[in-house]
Design a protein around this ligand. Structure first.
Ligand SMILES: Nc1nc2c(ncn2[C@@H]2O[C@H](COP(=O)(O)OP(=O)(O)OP(=O)(O)O)[C@@H](O)[C@H]2O)c(=O)[nH]1
Ligand SMILES: [Mg+2]
Length: 452
């Protein structure tokens, strides 16, 4: 599956553009031992920091700095790697890069160093992705989750799940190979236990990975409620500016409004929607239809209620029943300034926050609540940096495993069980990259930055 050793040598600036103390130009590939002497006088001793003059054409000095040589295979990419730590100015860096390109290296494509590390089995796909996530992380929590995945926690979890699936598969395939005993083999409680064990593992990984994906990509929160409840006012408060039109006319908002905000570095996508009621015209009807569409796709719904409307707890709960059942809901009782009560946060089920979008009182409680929803506070030791791609593959594996359990219980159809388990394994292999098309690899690595 993996490509043979690269024949060309790549180079790129590994540090961000601009001025700084140090800039690093990195090279990887078989020509490093030939390029280094022309640039540095001679090849530095492996893994020792060598202070050198970097030589241009005709041995004119370009700069002086540290050279580090990592011979294959003990390097990040698994190939011969040379790092040149020069002074951090754009001109010096460009000169140095041009020099190594002149000596036979070619400019690396985005993510090409990581791709080579992956192809040389230095890291698997989730680890490579975790490096990019670590660099991009917008919060300490996201960085921690990425670090855990980079160090292999996610891959290890997926691998032990794959092992569990393989065990079950071997059991079933043995049953198929000995058809006269098939029924007995498939009735074996040990096999049922194995499949269920795999399902439990899969559920656990999904929970941890889902948290990680939320940290990385942000939760999508839909603000919903009756007209005039103060949904747009709440969006404006969260966004910190007047993004949505607010009036006292019920039915002001019709289109979906989207804002991307950060709470202490945690990304959130907030959507304001049309108030839910028996619509009065076609435009509003379409707005409400879109609101319901977005609610289906949300990670959480903030259901806003006007505190002055005097709705009882039961009445509010009845309203919530019409929302998509799969999506968690938090109740926001808005306009407490009008009834003269203090802000409050009740960690009940569903959670309930009482606030005023106009005065801003209680907004800190809402922010705290949203952070808690992502496991942003407290010990989220298991959270692993993950992407939608991983969640999709895990969901697929979960579906096949459940189907396998069903086939096993209801029909005892060995061939079908084996096929479901095979599909589950395939989905899992896609996560770590043991079974990944070139096309997918291209998409993943091209989203990395150059020099990574
Ligand atoms: N006193 C007070 N008024 C509020 C508060 N929040 C919103 N309002 C007022 O309530 C009215 C409706 O607010 P909006 O934010 O437009 O309500 P909405 O839910 O977006 O309404 P639609 O878009 O029509 O569904 C406006 O006059 C706001 O000024 C609040 O916390 N306190
Ligand atoms: Mg509105």
């Amino acid at each position: 599956m993996k490509a043979p050793q690269s024949s060309d040598t790549i180079a790129a600036v590994a540090t961000p553009p601009g001025r700084g103390g140090v800039s690093i130009v990195r090279l990887s590939g078989p020509a490093v031992p030939q390029i280094a002497p022309q640039l540095l006088g001679h090849l530095p001793a492996p893994r020792f920091a060598a202070l050198r003059t970097f030589l241009g054409e005709d041995a004119t000095p370009l700069d002086s700095g540290i050279a580090l040589y990592f011979p294959a295979p003990a390097s990040f990419t698994g190939e011969d790697v040379l790092e040149l730590h020069a002074h951090g100015g754009p001109i010096i860096t460009d000169l140095l890069l041009a020099r190594v390109l002149g000596l036979g290296a070619r400019l690396a494509r985005p993510g090409e160093f990581s791709r080579r590390a992956f192809l040389n089995d230095k890291l698997d796909l989730t680890q490579a992705e975790a490096i990019a996530d670590l660099i991009d992380s917008g919060s300490v929590e996201a960085a921690r989750a990425a670090l855990r995945s980079m160090q292999g926690e996610f891959s290890d979890a997926v691998r032990s799940l794959t092992e569990a699936v393989i065990e079950a598969r071997m059991h079933v395939e043995a049953a198929i190979d000995f058809p006269e005993e098939e029924i007995d083999f498939l009735a074996d409680t040990q096999l049922h236990a194995r499949v269920h064990n795999a399902i439990t593992l899969c559920t656990q990984i999904i929970a941890n990975a889902r948290q990680g994906a939320l940290l990385r990509e942000g939760m999508t929160i839909v603000i919903a409620g009756k007209p005039n409840a103060g949904k747009s006012s709440l969006l404006n408060r969260l966004a910190g500016y007047s993004a949505a039109i607010v009036t006292d006319i019920p039915g002001t908002t019709r289109d979906i409004l989207r804002e991307r905000i950060h709470i202490d570095g945690m990304p959130l996508h907030i959507l304001d929607t049309a108030g839910l009621r028996e619509e009065t015209d076609v435009v509003e009807a379409e707005g409400i239809r879109r609101a319901r569409d977005e609610m289906q796709k949300a990670d959480r719904i903030l259901y806003v209620v006007d505190a002055t409307a005097g709705a009882s707890v039961q009445a509010i709960e009845a309203e919530i029943c019409s929302l998509p059942s799969r999506v968690p809901v938090s109740i926001v009782i808005n306009k407490i300034d009008l009834i003269g009560v203090n802000s409050r946060y009740e960690q009940s089920s569903p959670p309930r926050i009482e606030l005023s979008a106009t005065s801003g009182e209680g907004m800190d409680l809402l922010r705290q609540h949203l952070k808690e929803c992502v496991g942003f506070q407290g010990a989220e030791a298991g959270t692993l940096s993950a992407r939608r791609r991983h969640l999709d593959a895990l969901a697929q594996a979960d579906r096949h495993l459940s189907e396998a359990a069903h086939q096993l219980k209801e029909r005892r159809a060995g061939e079908l069980v084996a096929e479901e388990l095979r599909q589950a394994q395939r989905a899992l292999n896609e996560i770590t990259g043991e079974f990944t098309s070139d096309d997918l690899l291209g998409r993943i690595f091209s989203s990395f930055c150059i020099g990574k």
